[in-house]
Design a binder for this molecule. Structure first.
Ligand SMILES: Nc1ncnc2c1ncn2[C@@H]1O[C@H](COP(=O)(O)OP(=O)(O)OP(=O)(O)O)[C@@H](O)[C@H]1O
Ligand SMILES: [Mg+2]
Length: 447
């Protein structure tokens, strides 16, 4: 994979996220630093630790979105967790390491997906072979013992070729074949009070292997058989050991853990009340962020170079309220800005996944053509901004409630509408939203 420069990373993020330049720059640098580190010689490479980031900003301004898009962009295994999860009773302390195990699982899924794509062509070929065997009349397959072996083989080859041609042409899709199918039995219920999460390492798989697989012979269509066989063939071709190794390596070298609500676990040291557990979570986080070995079912994972991006509003606490050791491990602080009316305007239609585009596409499936005029978008941004001001500021999430309310009727009527072209202009927006937004109580409930 081509290593992206910080500038390119920011440009890519710009396609989805409006504004927040500082945060984008910070994450871009962090990612580039990883690449830089890879270029160093062994000795120095081990010394360089990631510069973890704290994103500070109100709700709904793009913190999570930036981290998530970043991970996608560089194909990094990405896990988002809430720091407060570990302060809950029963979770406290012992389970913080599970975030690393979860991250490896994500890496496994990722690598396995790539691996499956890599072997797919080959698997398709052998699947077709097996399908032909299933289609082959039994007598042909066995051959006549008395007959000349060579002749028989030749004849079989020809039959197979013919069948294969027809199969490829799609002639047999609905033809029934008989094959053995597996039925998975999950023994989970028995251990329901343990909880899958705690059945770590290889326990889960162990149970799957102990319980005998139930198989039945069934008549199924070629179409269904192909799906099952292809899956078997792919599984046979992928190298599990290699996947595990690669996933562990990728976790260690490029994993990103996003710790949300970091502000909720910080507070000045105190010996009573919830702060005890908050401090406790910080203490438990520390070794993981500093670098430790975590045992997973795929082997031990070093967290030294995992990138941690923490986020929080930090209204009541400040990063300086964190344990000193933890502060040092998050040297980069970036503030995200409150979104302005102008930002809303842009968020509504600029990003590739912009809300207006999403709704156009969704309603497009009903053959409806929705057009948002410029002044309509302007008006929506204005309302979103106003409602955020007058009720709770939930940032860009407000746009979701606004637009949902706006298209409610169209959404309901879409399949029955005869006029397939709908133009949403400022007038329409006002008509739908003015009465709601004018009444503060009403907007608290509805928007
Ligand atoms: N600057 C932005 N540009 C485009 N979309 C945005 C922006 N900020 C937020 N959004 C959209 O708003 C929604 C919420 O954003 P996000 O999840 O990033 O919020 P957050 O900052 O993590 O908030 P919280 O503190 O509540 O977790 C997402 O759907 C996201 O796409
Ligand atoms: Mg978030």
């Amino acid at each position: 994979m081509q290593a992206l420069t910080p500038r390119q990373i920011v440009e890519e993020l710009d396609r989805f996220i409006i504004g927040q330049k500082d945060a984008k720059r910070a994450v871009a640098i962090a990612i580039r630093n990883r690449w830089r580190r890879q270029q160093l010689d062994d000795k120095l490479r081990r010394e360089v630790t990631p510069k973890n980031i704290i994103m500070i900003g109100p709700t709904g301004v793009g913190k999570t979105e930036i981290a998530r898009r970043l991970a996608q962009l560089v194909h990094a295994p990405f896990l988002k967790i809430e720091a407060t999860k570990y302060t809950e009773v029963g979770y406290h302390g012992r389970d913080v390491e599970s975030m690393v195990r979860d991250l490896v699982e994500i890496a496994i899924t990722m690598v396995r997906g790539e691996e499956r794509v890599r072997v797919e062509e080959k698997a398709k070929e052998s699947t077709a072979d097996r399908l032909v065997s299933l289609l082959l009349p039994a007598s042909d397959d066995d051959g006549e013992k008395t007959e000349n072996d060579k002749e028989a083989a030749k004849r079989r080859g020809r039959t197979r070729q013919k069948l294969r041609k027809k199969l490829d042409a799609g002639d047999f899709e609905d033809r029934k074949v008989e094959m053995t199918v597996e039925q998975k039995v999950m023994p989970v219920q028995v251990f329901s009070n343990v909880g899958m999460e705690q059945m770590d390492i290889d326990m889960q798989r162990m149970f799957e292997n102990i319980i005998p697989k139930q198989t039945t012979r069934r008549q199924i269509t070629v179409k269904d058989a192909r799906r099952i066989l292809l899956d078997q063939e792919i599984e046979a071709l992928v190298d599990r050991e290699k996947i595990s190794q690669e996933a562990v390596q990728r976790t260690e070298e490029s994993g990103i853990i996003f710790i949300d609500e970091l502000d909720k676990i910080c507070g000045p040291e105190s010996s009573h009340g919830p702060d005890v557990s908050r401090q406790g979570v910080q203490r438990d986080l520390l070794p993981i962020v500093e670098g430790t070995n975590v045992m997973t079912r795929y082997g031990s994972v070093k967290t030294d170079h995992v990138l941690f991006i923490a986020a929080g509003a930090f209204h009541r606490s400040k990063p300086s309220d964190l344990m000193p050791e933890l502060q040092g491990r998050f040297p980069i602080r970036v503030e995200l800005q409150d979104l302005t009316k102008d930002d809303f305007l842009r968020i509504l239609h600029e990003p590739e996944n912009a809300l207006t585009r999403q709704y156009q596409a969704l309603l497009g499936t009903e053959n409806l053509e929705i057009q948002f005029t410029d002044d309509a978008i302007q008006e929506m941004a204005e309302y979103a901004f106003r409602v955020n001001k007058s009720t709770t500021n939930i940032g860009a999430r407000r746009l979701h409630t606004i637009i949902e309310k706006l298209v409610e009727d169209i959404s309901f009527d879409a399949p029955d509408m005869t006029d397939k072209h709908v133009r949403i202009d400022a007038e329409y927006v006002r008509k739908r939203l003015e009465s709601i937004t004018a009444d503060e109580d009403l907007s608290r409930f509805i928007l």
